[in-house]
Write a protein that binds this ligand. Structure first.
Ligand SMILES: Nc1nc2c(ncn2[C@@H]2O[C@H](COP(=O)(O)OP(=O)(O)OP(=O)(O)O)[C@@H](O)[C@H]2O)c(=O)[nH]1
Ligand SMILES: [Mg+2]
Length: 233
């Protein structure tokens, strides 16, 4: 669980995660929060929880890099610290991994019969655009590349070097798994999107960087070392 300034939601989402019988461990990486989140984390009393603190804010990708390295259970899933993604969906996410069919499962906000909160059209269009460009480069047919709900066999994600420290991690990981000989599945999940008033932080700059990352982490982009052109953040 990457976590940055989520004081309003972190306690509820941690409770919901720990209520799932499928959770063997919960690794929370606090990414330099300064809004009281750390105090909430310090109060958690559960043997399954490991809290790791970043001294300063480094970004979601950096938080995931830290968390993946610490994981020890056979299957790993990313759970954001807001309430947009529901731990009740873990069973459907983990199903293809447990069945031995999948190495990676993406939870799609654009598939299935589960409830999806209706929110910003331009976010939806941006997501669809980024997913489409990513698919053109990777030749995968995903419906939701940017989803937070990505589940992996632990060896798969620990075998990938995460270079993007912020939201560019989503296209980076997608590009890197696409190059490996893996079985990738998608399942429909529910989505309770939050508004900017509720604390949503992603913005249009993240979208531009995601677009660049799709190209930079493609085989051609890697060969041309396009990453050099990315401003470091
Ligand atoms: N925005 C942001 N989030 C971070 C950072 N480090 C860790 N996170 C966590 O990463 C997760 C995703 O960030 P959000 O701000 O929820 O991003 P979002 O716009 O909701 O994106 P989606 O949930 O993928 O739609 C949350 O759990 C954050 O707390 C950071 O530096 N910035
Ligand atoms: Mg979110």
């Amino acid at each position: 669980m990457p976590c940055y300034n989520e004081h309003g939601t972190v306690s509820r989402i941690v409770d919901a995660v720990l209520a799932s019988p499928l959770v063997g461990e919960l690794i929370i990486v606090d990414d330099g929060s300064a809004d009281g989140t750390r105090e909430v984390l310090a109060g958690i009393d559960d043997d399954r929880v490991q809290v790791i603190l970043h001294d300063r804010n480094l970004g979601k990708g950096a938080a995931l890099r830290t968390a993946y390295a610490a994981a020890s259970c056979p299957f790993v899933i990313v759970q954001d610290a807001d309430l947009e993604y529901d731990p009740a969906d873990y069973a459907v996410m983990i199903g293809p991994l447990v069945d031995g069919k999948a190495d990676v499962v993406y939870g799609s906000r654009f598939m299935g019969a589960k409830p999806h909160r209706v929110l910003y059209f331009w976010h939806y269009a941006g997501n669809k655009f980024l997913t489409t460009v990513s698919n053109m480069v990777t030749n995968l047919n995903l419906t939701d590349m940017e989803t937070c709900f990505k589940a992996f066999r632990r060896e798969v994600i620990q075998g990938i070097e995460i270079e993007e420290s912020r939201f560019g991690v989503e296209p980076e990981v997608t590009a890197k798994i696409a190059r490996l000989d893996l079985a990738i599945y998608e399942v429909g999940i529910s989505y309770d999107g939050r508004t900017y008033a509720d604390g949503k932080k992603i913005g249009w700059r993240d979208g531009f960087r995601a677009l660049f990352c799709i190209v930079a982490y493609s085989p051609a982009g890697e060969a041309l070392r396009l990453k050099r052109l990315l401003p470091r953040r």
